[in-house]
Ligand binder design. Sequence first.
Ligand code: 8YV
Length: 317
Amino acid sequence: MKPEVVVLSRLGPPEVMEALETSYQLHCLWEVSDRQAALKAASSARGLVTTGSLGADPALMDALPELEVISINGVGLDAVDLPAAKARGIAVGYTPGVLTEGVADMAVALILAASRKLVEGDRFVRNGTWASGEKLALGWSIRGKTVGFLGFGRIGREVLRLLAAFGVKALYHEPKALEGVSADYCNDLVTMAEKSDVMVVCCAGGEATRNLVDASVLKALGPKGLLVNIARGSVVCEPDLIATLEAGHLGAAALDVFADEPRVPQALQAMENVVLTPHIASATTETRLAMGRLVVENLAAYFSGKPLLTPAPMDGL
Ligand code: 8YV
């Protein structure tokens, strides 16, 4: 008998779902109209596959009383209730490392898209404004500018490695200074924002970072400043972001993540100086294949009695 596994969202490319189907009896929840009935039918499931955004809350764990292992397709742990999993003795795996490069590439793409007006320029061509004789306003160069990193883990450091080719100066904000990193520490976020031309949000989500980027930080970044968020929408106070942009106190924003996905405030959609993408920083075939393989390998390790390859850090909870 194959173990039963609940899958909350289709993982791609196709070989990931094929690998899951080969080894498990799947309950694919995105295919059902009645989620409660589907969960009831899955009440013997021993495994759960979820994503960084969908996570797993205690209600879901309660609905799956036989649950032994959660395998997350993502690096963010903010949507999975780790204390609830620990209390139930549920093992949790995630996919660190394999998405660092894909997400870092996206941060650089967003910086260039906003500073060089790629999306605005595309609209300008398509809607006939260029043909009507108008000129797009000048963009600006990232070369030699100062980039402040809110969070300087694997992803932030990879973004900086890529940006080194542009000769940027780098600052970072973390709860504590880090050893052996090639960026200057700022223990105050507002001070870092004042000194930065671009701020890249690449810290973990969750209560510790909720609304850390508020009006005071955004105003300090300033009327020429650019905010890039490839982490979690919860880190940025969205109403403050909208108000600061509308008042012209912040120059631009490039956002891959939002407070209430997939809903994106109309006010942000209406602004030419805002680049919006639908939470796709890890969404390349290469990265999603690597993530999907690790999801499958973590499950396989669990069901063959071995330690997970990449267990979520649950110690000390
Ligand atoms: C994914 C993410 O988009 O890693 C994360 O935490 O948010 C993203 O890489 C998400 O997990 C979808 O699978």
